[in-house]
Write a protein of this length. Structure first.
Length: 243
């Protein structure tokens, strides 16, 4: 059920899927509101939470463009619902436990009529900085959706595959890369602070990225992907020990 819609065209639609995470949603919304302007709309897609989300929505009611609350089948179902409602040129996804740090508004305004994906750095909650590397997309997901501005028209034509529970955005990124969608990497300040330890860290889903690589490429890519992931994990541990 759609509970609130404000009609207005925007440059950026920020979509936040959430369920039973009202405490972190409050902090996420505050980070967006701190830099919200006439170019940004906030879309919250709630999976029918049973916590105090109504209080958060009421608190920030004047800043939220669209709020819906209804059952869904998971995060990508919620994200697809947000995509269908978005009115901006670009779509950015944030988790309820993420925070917005920077909007490269000058670049997005300049490129607003292009069909390019704009991908930017993301800061991890453990202090590490993630820099996008689209050339590695055939092997690993090097474009975090918390730092990637997708053309809305592109996503509306290519919704996330609900067969993947945690890494469907990786699947979409590989498909876009294979189809030669223009991907522009911006070396700017981190767009978002990404909270580590979410569902993507669950061991239950550790093989999902490899299955995606196999679907979109072949076994040789899977082997390369496996070793790259192992090397990255090793290097991340080494770096964290030095911090």
């Amino acid at each position: 059920m759609i509970t609130k819609v404000i009609d207005a065209f925007k440059l950026i639609s920020i979509i936040i899927p959430v369920k039973n995470n009202s405490v972190n949603l409050d902090k996420c919304l505050m980070s967006i509101i701190d830099m919200q302007n006439e170019y940004i709309e906030i879309i919250i897609v709630d999976g029918q939470s049973t916590d105090s989300i109504d209080k958060v929505i009421y608190k920030y009611n004047s800043y939220i463009s669209i709020f819906i609350s209804e059952p869904d089948t998971g995060i990508y179902d919620a994200m697809n619902k947000g995509i269908a409602l978005a009115r901006g040129n670009y779509i950015l996804f944030l988790g309820a436990d993420d925070k917005l740090l920077n909007i490269p508004l000058k670049f997005l305004l300049k490129l607003k009529d292009s069909s390019a994906i704009i991908t930017c750095p993301v800061k991890y909650s453990n202090g590490l900085l993630f820099k996008p590397m689209p050339l590695l997309i055939p092997f690993i997901n090097t474009m975090h959706h918390q730092g990637t501005f997708y053309p809305a028209d592109l996503l509306k034509r290519n919704l996330f595959d609900l067969n993947y529970s945690v890494f469907s955005d990786f699947n979409s990124n590989q498909i876009f890369y294979k189809n030669r969608v223009n991907i522009i990497t911006l070396r700017v300040l981190p767009v978002a602070l990404h909270s580590m330890g979410g569902i993507s860290s669950n061991e239950k889903y550790k093989n999902e990225p490899l299955l995606i690589v196999l679907k979109n490429y072949n076994w040789s890519f899977v082997l390369i992907s496996y070793f790259i992931r192992k090397i990255r994990a090793f290097l991340r541990i080494k770096i964290m020990r030095k911090i």
